[in-house]
Design a protein around this ligand. Sequence first.
Ligand SMILES: [Zn+2]
Ligand SMILES: [Zn+2]
Length: 153
Amino acid sequence: MVTVKTVDELTSRFRDEGLRVTPQRQAIFRLLHGVDSHPTVESLFESARAEMPTISRKTVYQTVHDLEEMGEVELLDVGTGSIRVDPNVEHAHQHLVCTRCGTVRDVLLDVADLRVPARYRREFTVEAVEVVFRGVCEECSNRHQPTPCQPTP
Ligand SMILES: [Zn+2]
Ligand SMILES: [Zn+2]
């Protein structure tokens, strides 16, 4: 369902663009492959550092921006306070955002038919539609379930 480019595919895309591919950059490609968790750049940096202690924050930011320029990732602002990296650029999709933990999940949903009423279209040209569903993820709703009253002995 969610297809993202493999490390090898991204490596050759980078080389095609004349960009250098370092082991650090490949570590970031690896971290982005197959994720649908929409990591923040900061959390990508943390995970990259765990497997490659010499990697710099600057390298992570630069790589993410190069990927965005090549159209391989999308940088999303879904109101969680940080930019999220979305490697799922092949399928049009919308997002579920947990208001408690900030988890962002993909939801496949066709919004192509969503239209603003005609009177707005005269003054405004719509170029893109984004739908964000805000709510509580399963993990958070389990964690915050009120505990049933214990009978007092
Ligand atoms: Zn949550
Ligand atoms: Zn997404």
